[in-house]
Write a new protein. Structure first.
Length: 312
């Protein structure tokens, strides 16, 4: 097994409740050649004190970066990638937990498969660490089919991924313009760059599912996914009719969920839906339901996405 340095990258946003447990799961790793980089993305709680206490209790390097203003998970992860020194990169959300063998097993698997990045398996847990579902293993998909499959169902989570640093050496980064699905988008671009994928056959991540995750707001989630589908609508990497179907479905969901209370959002989605499907009666029904109505603007800004969600 390679004993190269692993850079563990943790974006932290209002993470005080869980980040201590997350750091303890790093301490418990059987693979011990690591560094931890934490970016506190907006200062709201005692995250910094917890990270500093952890740093004082381990011999491995631990670095804390703080930003007063929340910039979103993509910008946070990109900044951490710029600072990473390791031969390997391991992402970890500040509320997720690794099992003790996570790093050792992942690196063994990378080497065994001669892969550049590893898609890991996971267990779903709730905020109280109660198991929801065990042994959720990734699909084994041929590289050429992976982009289209991910757009249909995203089964890859950053906390379950371990990569070689060369994946990011050429400047590949998360797209901070996407409000949802930035991790999915990154995986598609990793494939497009020609990096060889490997698949874990163990669940070594405990992924925490929150009621406040992006999927808890279906309208915001579907609206965010339209941005991603629009990005790949004309891409040769994916099947265009399938991507167009997903885009229409997301637009219809957004229009339906916002029609009564947020007609301005509904109108935007319905207009785009009509453009894509001018003979679709459901598209016109959505459009006509809001045309002529007094539109209102949602005065409360959407929070910047900071917890990728397993799409089910």
């Amino acid at each position: 097994m390679s004993n190269g340095l692993v850079s563990i990258l943790i974006p932290a946003y209002r993470a005080g409740e869980y980040v201590g447990q997350t750091l303890e799961s790093i301490r418990a790793q059987t693979y011990t050649n690591w560094e931890v980089l934490v970016l506190e993305d907006g200062i709201f709680d005692d995250t910094a004190a917890t990270v500093k206490a952890f740093a004082a209790s381990v011999s491995q390097p631990v670095r804390l970066i703080q930003r007063e203003k929340n910039g979103g998970v993509s910008r946070a992860r990109n900044a951490l990638l710029d600072l990473a020194r390791g031969e390997f990169i391991a992402f970890l959300d500040a509320d997720d937990l690794w099992l003790p063998q996570h790093l050792a097993y992942s690196i063994d698997r990378l080497n065994a498969e001669q892969a550049d990045w590893l898609v890991g398996g996971l267990n779903l847990i709730d905020p109280q660490n109660k198991l929801i579902e065990a042994d959720v293993l990734p699909e084994v998909v041929a590289p050429a089919a992976l982009p289209a499959r991910l757009l249909a169902y995203n089964f890859i989570l950053p906390s379950a991924m371990v990569t070689r640093s060369k994946v990011f050496a050429g400047g590949l980064r998360f797209d901070h313009t996407l409000s949802v699905g930035e991790d999915l988008d990154l995986c598609i671009r990793i494939v497009d760059a020609g990096h060889r994928v490997g698949y874990s056959r163990q669940a070594t991540l405990n992924y925490r599912k929150h009621p406040t995750s992006a999927t808890a707001d279906p309208a915001r989630f579907s609206e965010g996914m339209t941005e991603l589908y629009e990005k790949y609508l004309h891409s040769p990497l994916v099947n265009r009719p399938a991507c167009a179907r997903s885009l229409r479905k997301a637009l219809l969901t957004t229009a339906r969920l916002t029609r009564k209370r947020q007609p301005e959002r509904c109108a935007r989605a319905a207009k785009r839906l009509v453009q894509l499907s001018p003979w679709n009666l459901r598209a016109w029904a959505c459009w006509l339901s809001v045309v002529g109505r007094k539109t209102t603007t949602d005065s409360s800004p959407s929070p910047v996405a900071h917890k990728p969600s397993l799409r089910t």
